[in-house]
Structure formats: C-alpha cells, structure tokens
Design a protein around this ligand. Structure first.
Ligand SMILES: NC(=O)c1ccc[n+]([C@@H]2O[C@H](COP(=O)([O-])OP(=O)(O)OC[C@H]3O[C@@H](n4cnc5c(N)ncnc54)[C@H](O)[C@@H]3O)[C@@H](O)[C@H]2O)c1
Length: 254
C-alpha cells in the first residue's frame, strides 16, 4: 500500500520542514521527486541526503511567485503525477501591523505561488490522464488565530482554491485536497519565534506547543504521512476535502 513507484512528484519548498519530510518520504515510496525551491542550496542538501540513501530527486531553483519560471520548470519536467503546493511564508500581525509590503509578500508566495503551480500543472496532468494535488492550508484557514491577518487570509485562499480545482477537474481525474496543520516544529516556526519574540524564545516555544490540546507541536514526518496517503492511489475516492492534522486544535480547544 501507498506505493508511489514510477510516479513523478513535484514538491514546492522541499528544501525545509514539511516539504523536506514529504520529499524524503515520497522518494522512499518509489517516486521521482522534483523539488521547486527558492533556496537552491537547501534543496540541493535534501537531494544529497536522498541520493546518499539510494534515492532519486532533483532540485529546480525557482521562485514560485514567478509564473514564467514555474511554467518553464514544469514543462521541462513534462509528466507530473503529483503536485504538493507546500512553499509558504509566515507573517505575524493584526491588520494594523500588516503593511502593504507584508501583505503583498505573503500573497505573492502563499497565494500566487500556489496558483502559478496549479496553472502550470493542470494542462500536464490533463494530458497525462489525471493526477493528485495537495495544497498546504492551515488551521488558520478555518479558525481565527491571533495576529495572523495576512497569513490567515492567504491560507483561506488555499482552502477555497483547492475546492475550485477539485470541482473544475473532476472529469479529468485530477484530485485536489488540502491539509490543515496546527503548529508543526520546523525552521518556519523557529524563524518566526526568533524574529518576532527575541529573548522570549523558550517561553513562546512552550506556549505554542501547549496551544495544541495534545500538548506538543506536530512532527514534519507526521504531516508527510498524511500527505502520502492523500497523494497515493489508495486515496482515489478523496477529492475536495481538507484534513486537519492539529493535535485537537480545532475541535478540542475549549
Ligand atoms: N510549520 C507550521 O507550523 C505550519 C502550520 C500550518 C501550515 N504550514 C504550512 O506548511 C508549509 C511549509 O511550512 P514549513 O513550516 O515546512 O516551512 P519552512 O520555512 O520550513 O519551509 C518552507 C520552504 O519553502 C521555501 N520557499 C519559500 N518561499 C518560496 C518561494 N517563493 N519559492 C519557492 N520556495 C519557497 C523555503 O525556501 C523553504 O525551504 C507552508 O505553506 C506553511 O504555511 C506550516
């Protein structure tokens, strides 16, 4: 079960955190993985790790916000069975603390980046007889999170984008779903704690861990396991769905 043998998977932001865990697991399950990364160095390190374990992967130094670069990279790959729209960036602040430049930066990566990859992949998947798409949403797509104005809007867009794609391409055998993690312990989390709460890192880490009723953050490997299921043929009856992976955050925080 859950074999990805002979499948070609494109993972955006595969150089770090959740995308790295998904890339490593998908290769282990037999996929040929293409990592789309802004940070080519980080992507190359993941590829080296995969190759050292006997696997097969490639990195493409591409900014997902750049439509032409995305289309060229995807067309060069050619046959794509799986797309994981994972690249994303954070911003902390309510609307008053969200400058136009912050808003645009977050939307350019989280929303336009995902759209660009969908725009590039759908014609290829249609020509190939179908495919599986997984988008990284967030608990912020579903519930109000303090001080995450731009980020939450961007993840709400991901949720709606997934439904739109799932509906439009039902007859093309393209499935599209999303995952909504609560806090996952990745460099993304460490980065925004350091940037936004200097000097308070241990307390904030503890607070963020406890905001999941289960008492800790998720591990990237746990998110990768759900991604594997949703992108595998075993999930062939699942489309237009969102899966929280949240340690009880949405339903048990009372
Ligand atoms: N970590 C969490 O707590 C959490 C929770 C919910 C959702 N998510 C979502 O999961 C996804 C991955 O998060 P993570 O924690 O692994 O992040 P991360 O920062 O560890 O990794 C993100 C990767 O995306 C790459 N990237 C950023 N901008 C890019 C661009 N313009 N083009 C190409 N690549 C780009 C980065 O270089 C990095 O390697 C994001 O979409 C994030 O919003 C994360």
């Amino acid at each position: 079960m859950f074999s990805l043998k002979d499948k070609v998977a494109v993972i955006t932001g595969g150089g770090s955190g959740i995308g790295k865990a998904i890339s490593v697991l998908f290769v282990k399950q037999g996929a040929h993985v293409h990592i789309i990364e802004l940070n080519a160095e980080a992507g190359s390190q993941v590829v080296s790790q995969i190759e050292a374990d006997g696997g097969n992967a490639q990195v493409h130094a591409v900014n997902v916000s750049d439509q032409q670069a995305v289309v060229e990279a995807f067309e060069a790959i050619g046959k794509i069975d799986i797309l994981v729209n994972n690249a994303g960036i954070a911003h902390v602040g309510n609307v008053e603390k969200t400058a136009e430049v912050d808003f645009e930066r977050v939307f350019n990566v989280n929303v336009k980046g995902a759209y660009n990859c969908l725009y590039a992949v759908v014609p290829l998947m249609k020509a190939n007889g179908g495919g599986a798409i997984l988008n990284l949403a967030s608990i912020a797509s579903h519930v109000g999170i303090t001080d995450r104005f731009a980020y939450s809007m961007s993840k709400g867009a991901i949720y709606a984008m997934s439904l739109s794609i799932a509906r439009d391409y039902l007859n093309d055998q393209i499935r599209c779903n999303s995952i909504s993690p609560a806090r996952v312990h990745t460099p993304f989390v460490d980065g925004f704690i350091t940037k936004n709460y200097p000097g308070q890192e241990p307390e904030i880490f503890e607070k963020l861990s406890k905001s999941q009723p289960i008492g800790r953050m998720a591990k990237p490997d746990e998110v990768a396991a759900l991604a594997l299921y949703l992108c595998s043929d075993e999930a062939g009856f699942i489309t237009g769905c969102d899966y929280p992976i949240d340690g009880g955050f949405i339903k048990l925080n009372n």
